[in-house]
Write a protein that binds this ligand. Structure first.
Ligand code: GFB
Length: 321
């Protein structure tokens, strides 16, 4: 039997700034925090550009949050990462730097920085443990994003070391869920395949185009499960090392495509586009540290895909290509 860990940080009554609250992760976190006895504060992009240092410092000084979650980032799938290196490196470096340093200035007590499983070397031993960080060469398609996220981890460690601040980092595996980006050029694989499968269903026929060979393996976590893990970590974790957040198993891209067409309710021929990149051959996290603390995901991949497809039908399908 796993014993519930002792609470090390109480969220009750705290002012929590969720940076990036309109994104898939930030919005899931806002939904999850609604059941905690805390005050959530947010800033829309039109009100605050997180890439502007002086603006962020001024906003933080006025708002004085107790807790900050760095869920704001420039994100995207394999093609966006590979073709927009400046956006993925520059934007993410400045956003995290501005948020972390301004948090120190205004006395933020707890900060949670969010990274990604692409921080690990392309050929890291699987499943990837936290100590695989900086042991080998990165995957070229997302090295820009990875370097920015590794820098964020190091910033949190540096602020812990120099200022004794309780700034922690979580590294989620590949994510999907509500408010994902369904644009076919810039999205991740689940949103893309759901949108493409839905278009086939609407047209009444066609092949499902899958980028790459279909052989890469990926682990997928439902965004609402991630949000639950983040609340758990804010409460129960205070350490220098980042913490992996995954589900513990993975599927091939072909298996994912087969599951998605079943969820959408069609049976098209799959066509693999070998001119598109495969990326990392496998990215399965070892989430043993988090599981050992007592947290587990609740949503199976099939259930999560069904919920995400239902959300897509309600929100995004009408405006899609
Ligand atoms: O989700 P995805 O873009 O991200 O692609 P990564 C995962 C795999 O799915 C790759 C294949 O092998 C893609 O080639 N795939 C098949 C597709 N069909 C499609 C499609 O229609 N669209 C997309 N996007 N992929 C990202 C990183 O890598 O993972 C980010 O680039 C971030 O920086 C994120 O870390 C979590 O898993 O390859």
């Amino acid at each position: 039997m796993t014993r519930a860990p002792q609470t090390v940080f109480d969220l009750a009554g705290k002012r929590i700034f969720v940076a990036g609250h309109r994104g898939m992760v930030g919005s899931a976190l806002v939904r999850r925090l609604a059941s905690e006895n805390c005050e959530i504060i947010t800033a829309g992009r039109e009100a605050l550009d997180l890439r502007r240092q002086a603006d962020v410092e001024q906003w933080m000084a006025a708002q004085k949050p107790d807790v900050v979650v760095v869920a704001a980032a420039t994100v995207g799938g394999i093609l966006a990462n590979d073709t927009r290196p400046v956006d993925f490196l520059y934007d993410n470096l400045v956003i995290e730097t501005n948020l972390i340093e301004s948090s120190r200035r205004v006395g933020v007590k707890k900060l949670l920085f969010l990274g990604s499983s692409c921080i690990y070397p392309r050929l890291a031993p699987q499943p990837m443990r936290e100590d695989a960080l900086l042991t080998g060469t990165l995957e070229p398609t997302n090295q820009w994003y990875a370097v920015a996220k590794i820098s964020g981890i190091m910033l949190c460690r540096a602020y812990r070391k120099q200022y004794g601040l309780d700034y922690i980092s979580a590294m989620p595996t590949n994510l999907y869920g509500f408010w994902d980006n369904f644009d076919l050029q810039s999205s991740h694989v689940i949103a893309a395949l759901l949108a493409k499968a839905h278009a086939i269903k609407t047209k009444g026929g066609g092949e499902l185009l899958v980028w790459g060979s279909g052989t890469p393996r990926r682990e997928f976590l439902y965004a609402d499960d991630l949000a639950d893990a983040l609340v758990f970590l804010m409460r129960n974790y205070s350490g220098e090392e980042h913490v992996n957040v995954g589900v513990g198993d993975d599927v091939t891209i072909r298996e994912l495509a087969e599951l998605i067409v079943r969820v959408v309710g069609i049976d098209p021929k799959l066509r693999f586009d070998f001119s598109m990149p495969d990326g990392t051959p496998r990215k399965l996290l070892d989430s043993g540290r988090l599981f050992g603390l007592g947290w587990r995901p609740k949503t199976s991949l099939e259930d999560g895909l069904r919920k995400t497809y239902a959300w897509y039908l309600d929100h995004a399908a009408a405006t899609a290509d």
